[in-house]
Design a binder for this molecule. Structure first.
Ligand code: FAD
Length: 395
């Protein structure tokens, strides 16, 4: 191996999570090592990052997920604090319309519980009765609802591609190197990993290896015989045009799991399967129309009667990287292969969690501990112990 093919840190996957880790590490004054990000898809066309709904919320059910997103909001609202390069600041276009979680009688107790957790942490949320919902959102059908939880600030959506490019540009400006190629093997050395092997036959020696491979994270872990319960699950997004405007509507989540939010003058909508529904592992990216016709559209037309006259403009599919244990991220070192760091299993909230997780892993690499936010509840150990840290608010 040539001397130059050695890095202090090799990050596998250069989308939002990998580039956030690289950026936060390179920004640290107490780190001056070499960082190489290896990315198989130079266009990022198949990455979850560019195929996502690009939204951020504080309405989680666990205090840790709330704090993680709070840092994400800070970065998205203030990119000048983190991502400026020579005075230029990426334009992330945050639309701060909030999230609205709706519940029927069956879901009301959970909604109230989550809302109480959030208010306990000073999250600006309010519980609304059906008449209050109707007076705020006259386009919403409320007669079969028991309540709603509305975020009043620090929630909304943004330009995910601009955020990704902002991280990459910042990282490059700080000396981070990007290598286009696919990692196909990890070479062991006693207890740790010595090098990553690329499909072109080259290797890069590494003191630290970060798995930021998104829906393919389990394939990377398997290279060192580690089982990671992260599976690629297809999620569809439909871009629709409506004959009416809902104004500054929030991202609204129907009790069925169907969500809808404005996207410019039109809307995007989609859903996650409920517990027990089929949700096969797949890397297929075909945008099936059938679920729109059979489920999404009728559900939307029920909840927003004006949406009876929708027009489907476009559709795409991406992958959630679902942690099948508990729908929460797996972050930090493997218990025995201690120079292998995970940043995986975000289960549909990885864009908003990327800033805090990137900052956290940078802290771990430099100091061997968490400095700003204790991410240890998200550690791999809970997988071995089969102790889920469940997130109840899954969109
Ligand atoms: C439809 C949809 C809607 C979503 N909506 C939201 C949302 O509103 N808010 C939110 O926070 N999150 C959302 N998400 C989830 C979010 O997009 C992901 O959690 C996040 O993008 C994960 O980022 P990542 O960098 O880990 O993975 P990815 O973006 O998938 O990046 C992983 C990268 O690793 C590369 N890679 C993989 N294997 C290798 C290898 N062996 N060698 C080299 N490179 C490799 C891939 O090419 C890829 O670029 C959504 C996802 C989908 C699909």
């Amino acid at each position: 191996m040539r001397q130059s093919d050695r890095a202090d840190v090799v990050i596998i996957g250069g989308a939002i999570v990998g580039s956030s880790v690289a950026t936060f590490l390179a920004m640290r004054p107490d780190f001056d090592g070499r960082i190489v990000v290896v990315e198989r898809d130079a266009s990022f066309r198949t990455s979850s990052t560019t195929l996502s709904a690009a939204s951020i919320r504080l309405q989680f059910s666990t205090p840790l997920n709330i704090e993680i997103s709070r840092f994400g909001v800070d970065l998205i609202k203030h990119p000048e604090r983190y991502l400026a390069v020579n005075g230029e600041v990426p334009q992330i276009d945050f639309v701060e319309n909030g999230y609205l979680f709706l519940a029927t009688d069956a879901g009301l107790a959970t909604l109230e519980h989550n809302n109480a957790v959030q208010r306990g942490l000073d999250v600006p949320v309010v519980l609304l009765t059906p008449p209050e919902l109707h007076s705020r959102f006259d386009w919403l059908r409320t007669d079969d609802l028991a309540g709603g939880s509305l975020g009043l600030a620090d929630e909304g959506w943004f330009d995910a591609y601009a955020l990704l490019q902002g991280f990459r540009r910042k990282a490059r400006s700080l000396g981070v190197e990007e290598r286009i190629g696919e990692v196909v093997g990890l070479e062991r050395d006693g207890g740790g990993i010595r090098a990553v092997r690329l499909a072109d036959g080259s290797s890069i020696g590494a003191d630290w290896v970060v798995n930021a491979a998104g829906p393919r994270a389990a394939d990377v872990a398997r290279m060192v015989d580690v089982e990671l319960p992260v599976r690629p699950r297809k999620r569809l997004v439909y871009h629709v045009d409506a004959p009416v405007s809902l104004g500054a509507a929030p991202l609204t989540i129907d009790p069925s799991g169907v969500y809808v939010r404005p996207e410019g003058a039109a809307y995007i909508t989609g859903f996650s399967p409920r517990d027990g529904d089929p949700d096969p592992d797949t890397l297929d990216l075909r945008a099936d129309r059938a679920p729109f016709d059979s489920f999404v559209w009728p559900t939307l037309a029920h909840r927003v009667p004006a949406f009876d006259r929708l027009r489907l403009l476009d559709a795409w599919a991406g992958h959630y990287e679902v942690n099948t244990l508990d729908h929460n991220a797996i972050v930090g070192p493997h218990p025995t292969i201690t120079n292998l760091l995970f940043a995986n299993g975000f289960s549909g909230h990885g864009l908003q969690q990327a800033p805090a997780v990137g900052r956290g892993l940078a802290e771990w690499i430099v100091s061997g501990g968490w400095q700003t936010l204790d991410l240890s509840p998200l550690g791999y150990e809970r997988i071995t112990r089969n102790e889920p840290m469940r997130e109840l608010n899954v969109v």
